[in-house]
Design a protein around this ligand. Structure first.
Ligand code: GLY
Length: 390
């Protein structure tokens, strides 16, 4: 049995039998060492001017992207998590190198993904080092993001592509960019960023969710009336289906909104979305790529959706009266992801941690591969779990 497999078994035992803080700490240290060894394979493969997005692509190699790609902040964020979990200077240096190459992102106004790109990289860099230069980068990124806000609609515009299909597309993923805006209002004392975040969250809550709390992926608005005109999917199975990662983004997003505002309507939303997800997860709790794929169980899982869900369930468990249900759900997902079914443990998988994620299945792009954001949210879930076990 591989060391990692043994660790998986013992971690499961630690979680479920609560064998004490000391034992848990030893197991966690062993796990982070294993994760570090795996991720070092990825680090060796990173060129100075590129970011590894996923593995393997259709040529069998990495998909390396530049700093315009929405996923460019995740590897740096994962390396910051490794530094946070281990205190090892190697990870600080690696994280810094992979953060500083993203310097130009802060000025971009042609993307809504600035939260992913800048807050996962520079946000963690500032949080863990206190270097004021990084704070300025995040404030500038928030300023750039505000240029995409339309007050008639009350939302930040997501995409600039497909203008023939959508006048003003807002995707549920965009909920993830609000955390950076809340943070920027807090550090600058200027409420304008937070006001935009709240407006975006409120309008999305009104228009993106169906009666059962599943979510549309794309809602496009009329820029004259501000009303929603089209509700569709882009990466899901069909317009009325529940695309797995989309459900995860909305769930995580409203959990953040509750943390940042204390407004009960966001807690209700997070619980309702979380409960909808729970009803639709398979036995090992690792989400299918789309909850409505008729091929289930013979279709793809999406480990990235599962990792985002696990992290959000941990956070929601700290706020909700149903905390135990959510904490147990998060543990079960994390346990499955840590198992050999989903984790690579031998330097394979391009050095990424998790296998079996899905990027854009309808385009046959990144189907059943390792993707950088799966690892980022998996590590975040592990950090949250460790904090809560303490
Ligand atoms: N934000 C794009 C995705 O989740 O694929």
């Amino acid at each position: 049995m591989m060391v990692r497999n043994l660790l998986f078994v013992s971690i499961a035992l630690v979680i479920y039998s609560c064998n004490g803080e000391k034992g848990n700490k030893v197991e966690f240290t062993q796990l982070t060492e294993e994760l570090g060894e795996q991720l070092k394979v990825l680090v060796q493969a990173i060129p100075d001017d590129k970011v590894p997005r996923s593995y393997p692509n259709k040529d069998g190699d990495y998909w390396m992207v530049g700093i315009r790609d929405w996923t460019c902040g995740f590897p740096a964020g994962s390396f910051w998590s490794m530094y946070e979990m281990t205190g090892d200077e190697y990870w600080k240096e690696t994280a810094l190198e992979n953060t500083l190459k993203l310097d130009g992102v802060q000025y971009r106004t042609t993307t809504h993904d600035l939260g992913f790109m800048v807050f996962c990289s520079y946000g963690n860099a500032y949080r863990l080092t206190g270097n004021e230069d990084y704070k300025d980068v995040i404030i500038q990124a928030s300023e750039s993001l505000l240029t995409r806000f339309n007050p008639t609609i009350g939302c930040i515009r997501s995409w600039d592509h497909n203008r023939d299909k959508w006048d003003y597309p807002v995707i549920v993923d965009n909920m993830m960019n609000l955390e950076m805006l809340f943070w920027t209002s807090e550090v600058t004392g200027n409420p304008k960023y937070r006001d935009v975040a709240i407006s975006h969250a409120d309008v999305t809550l009104e228009n993106h969710f169906r009666d059962d709390w599943s979510s549309y992926h794309v809602v496009s608005y009329d820029t004259i009336t501000g009303e929603p005109v089209v509700k569709q999917t882009h990466q899901g199975l069909n317009h009325e289906s529940a695309w797995g990662r989309g459900q995860a983004w909305g769930f995580y997003g409203y959990t953040i909104c509750y943390r940042e505002t204390g407004d009960k309507k966001y807690l209700d939303a997070a619980e309702n979305i979380g409960d909808f997800i729970l009803k639709n997860l398979p036995e090992d709790m690792v989400s299918y790529w789309d909850f409505n794929d008729p091929a289930i169980p013979n279709t793809n899982r999406d480990a990235s959706a599962a990792a985002i869900m696990a992290s959000a369930y941990y956070e929601l468990s700290t706020f909700s009266e149903k905390g135990k249900t959510y904490f147990d759900a998060a543990n079960k997902i994390t346990e499955s992801l840590t198992s050999p079914n989903y984790s690579a443990n031998d330097g394979s998988n391009g050095g990424f941690l998790l296998k079996h994620s899905v990027g854009h299945k309808p385009n046959n792009s990144e189907v059943d591969v390792a993707i950088n954001y799966a690892d980022y949210y998996y590590l975040e879930a592990l950090k949250r779990q460790q904090k809560l076990l303490k």
